[in-house]
Design a protein around this ligand. Structure first.
Ligand code: AMP
Length: 280
């Protein structure tokens, strides 16, 4: 695995790979990698000729009061894991190169960026879309791999790719969970034992919701009540949002349809976790 820190060097490598007829797969991450990230790398290795994985904690998607400084980092371990999973190039750009002095250009996907996570994190998706478009321009991937864990992010990025006629195909892969159901997240490492136990209320509430829907419930309010009751029974949990939405516009549903997104954001202490389920 080669480690690339320079934007121009990465562009040259991508051009050279393409000139040899190689299909480039790309996995953007913020590091502190776990099996969820590595599932994306492995799929890229299967589907493409050359895999680029990036590690970049993107300041543009954090508000001043959020956890940019405290976001967990362990670059050496990340590099070992990326290599083990089959990455050909680890792209670790410097913040100064990604956002040079005087940086002024941002991408917005209107309306979709304001819903769900956008309600409490109004600048989040602008930051995500901006960095992902920049990374796409540098890496020039044929395929880019994202996790269903960040369902709204995948929906917004797909819209950005369509609206801006980008030549990249977005692949969305399933949520990887711990044995007890907790969706893997770099932020899980911030928990003590009690908080980690409390965090299980997210996946538990989603399982209960799916069970209720499978039993015939189609009233979104009823299902949301079940979800809320389950999470509110956990003293350490505070709901940011719990919604059932249409995946096309992310607007709330009154009646549940197959393929709808049940999305949650819940604070466990200071850590905000997300989880979701597509109605089967
Ligand atoms: P992050 O480093 O949190 O920005 O995540 C990088 C990529 O990994 C995103 O596409 C996430 O959706 C994906 N990802 C994060 N957690 C998981 C998980 N538990 N299962 C599958 N993909 C994940």
């Amino acid at each position: 695995m080669k480690i690339i820190k320079d934007v121009q060097a990465m562009k040259q490598i991508s051009a050279s790979e393409k000139s040899q007829g190689n299909k480039i797969g790309f996995v953007p991450t913020m590091g502190f990698l776990h099996a969820g990230h590595l599932s994306l790398v492995r799929e890229s290795v299967c589907q493409t000729d050359c895999t680029v994985s990036s590690v970049f904690v993107n300041s543009a998607q954090f508000a001043p009061h959020e956890d940019f400084e405290d976001y967990p980092r362990d670059l050496q371990k990340d590099l070992d894991l990326l290599e083990e999973a089959g990455t050909d190039y680890a792209f670790i750009p410097k913040a100064k190169q990604m956002y040079p002095d005087g940086y002024k250009t941002y991408i917005e996907v209107h309306e979709l960026q304001e819903r769900l996570c956008g309600q409490t994190r109004p600048h989040f998706f602008q930051g995500v879309c901006t960095v992902v478009l920049k990374l796409f321009n540098i890496v020039a991937p044929d395929l880019a791999f994202f996790g269903q864990k960040d369902a709204q992010q995948s929906i917004i990025l797909k819209r950005m790719v369509r609206d801006l006629d980008l030549d990249v195909q977005i692949e969305v892969l399933p949520i990887i969970r711990d044995k007890d159901g907790l969706a893997l997240s770099s932020r899980n490492f911030c928990f003590n034992k009690r908080q980690r136990q409390a965090a299980l209320c997210l996946s538990r509430s989603l399982r209960l919701a799916q069970k209720k829907i499978t039993a015939g419930e189609i009233d979104a309010a009823q299902v949301l009540q079940t979800i809320r009751a389950e999470i509110e029974a956990e003293p350490q949990a505070r709901i940011d949002y719990a919604e059932i939405v249409d995946t096309n516009d992310l607007l709330p549903r009154e009646t549940i349809h197959k393929g709808d997104l049940i999305a949650l954001a819940v604070f466990i202490g200071k850590v905000r976790l997300i989880d979701n389920l597509i109605v089967d």
